[in-house]
Design a binder for this molecule. Structure first.
Ligand code: GLC
Length: 439
């Protein structure tokens, strides 16, 4: 059967195929996909960023309640260029799917997209987002690894709005009472500290540790952190899958062993960020791996003054976080792009990111804000966070990130829930990642 018309979806698929073919030759790290937007502003082929008027800002659910007030500040100053906030689900995988659906139908419903740092390559390669004029943003003042997450083939496709680094939240009150003077640096120390805490009558029923172990992007983050914190990698420096190693096995074994011996409670495999935060705030957990956003919320909860944060622990010493965060991108199919560019500038400005830090403990992209005296007085963890971000390991920077993260989630979850051994899970994951590359 032949068709004369090409649907938007099949056109996208054709473009995606061209990218993949180039990828197969170049390894997992993206090096080549054809794009008509390969030029900076002012050069032929660059998007024109014209039009002023109402736009939308699309992001995951605002769990801190700080986004709408920020948009209200903009709307007050720009009554003819109002921004409407479209909130997507909290689950990043669901956000990604909705944004892709919107792009595949070339809908103009979404203007500015809050992209998870791991989606830049995919969205840029498919030309779902515009290449942005680098010179219009103060990128030099931002942390370098953070800016890198917004780039694809050397071009800027988004602007960092917030960064993210994993940290270990712990019950400082209980550790102290149990005679543990320092937060744990290794996983063995974490288990030993928890055993001491649990001898306290008030901690008897508490669980030791949780992270994000539900089958979604958070599991990819926590799996990669465990592997990296034991000296392993998911992909090597060239981007080639290299996860079937003794080091990666030690990392995964920490998670699997902790699920088996009850260090991670049974319900831990159902937790996303918010579930863990609520359990920690309800006094159910001694340790929790989470992002900085929860600091502000916990500091205003029942455990105010009873917790602190430390770097993530690892196998033989401090661990390594996965690099997280969100970048502001401009949908290729949107209207009023001049307004959109101004809104991205406003959103990612030093002033606004400082406000987001103060109000929502969001990790800023700007280096100087981590050393600011007033900010560190309010958030004493900022130096820990800066270290976490600078030492953080990026997740694979690939066009086919959806396939990569689905494979990690599938095999890591199977190991965590006892459906297969760590050794088998890593073997299967390695094969799945290699297949993604060869597609
Ligand atoms: C946070 C991070 C993001 C990560 C997600 C996982 O939102 O900023 O990078 O993918 O958590 O749940």
């Amino acid at each position: 059967m032949t068709t004369t018309k090409t649907s938007p979806t099949s056109r996208t698929t054709t473009r995606a195929f061209r990218c993949s073919a180039a990828l197969a030759a170049g390894g997992l790290l993206i090096t080549a996909c054809s794009s008509s937007a390969d030029t900076d502003s002012g050069q032929p082929g660059a998007p024109s960023f014209e039009g002023r008027g109402p736009i939308t800002y699309v992001a995951g659910k605002d769990t801190t309640g700080s986004v709408q007030p920020m948009i209200d500040r903009w709307n007050k100053q720009h009554p003819k260029e109002k921004v409407t906030f479209i909130q997507l689900p909290t689950d990043p995988d669901a956000q990604r799917r909705q944004m892709i659906q919107n792009a595949e139908t070339k809908s103009d419903a979404y203007t500015v997209l809050s992209l998870d740092v791991v989606w830049t390559s995919e969205f840029a390669a498919h030309q779902w987002i515009d290449r942005l004029p680098q010179e219009r943003f103060p990128l030099r003042k931002m942390l370098k690894p953070v800016v890198e997450t917004a780039k694809y083939r050397g071009g800027l496709y988004a602007v960092p709005g917030s960064s993210d680094g994993g940290m270990l939240y712990y019950r400082s009150d209980l550790l102290k009472k149990a005679g543990v003077s320092q937060p744990p640096v290794t996983w063995a120390e974490l288990k030993a500290a928890c055993a001491k805490v649990k001898r306290l009558p008030e901690a008897e029923d508490m669980s030791c540790y949780a992270g994000q172990f539900q089958k979604y992007e958070g599991l990819t983050v926590n799996f990669a952190e465990a592997v990296n914190s034991a000296g392993g990698t998911v992909t090597d420096a060239k981007g080639t899958p290299d996860v079937d190693t003794p080091e990666a096995r030690k990392g995964l074994d920490f998670l699997v062993g902790s699920a088996k011996d009850g260090t991670i409670p049974a319900e831990g495999v159902t937790y996303q960020e918010e579930d863990g935060r609520q359990a920690f705030q309800a006094g159910k957990l001694v340790f929790l791996r989470n992002w900085p956003y929860m600091y502000g919320l916990a500091a205003n909860s029942g455990i105010k003054g009873k917790f602190a944060v430390a770097p993530l622990p690892g196998l033989n010493g401090p661990g390594a976080s996965s690099l997280g965060g969100h970048n502001m991108a401009l949908s290729s199919f949107a209207k009023n792009k001049a307004t959109a560019l101004d809104f991205i500038k406003f959103f990612t400005s030093e002033e606004n990111t400082a406000t987001q830090l103060k109000e929502a403990s969001a990790a800023p992209p700007y280096a100087s804000q981590y050393d600011d005296k007033a900010l560190t007085a309010q958030y004493p963890y900022l130096p820990v966070l800066k270290e976490s971000i600078l030492r953080a390991v990026p997740r694979p920077r690939v066009v086919q990130y959806g396939d990569v993260t689905a494979a990690v989630q599938q095999h890591a979850y199977a190991a965590l829930t006892g459906d297969k051994s760590s050794a088998q899970a890593l073997k299967d994951l390695q094969a799945a990642l290699q297949k993604s590359v060869a597609q």
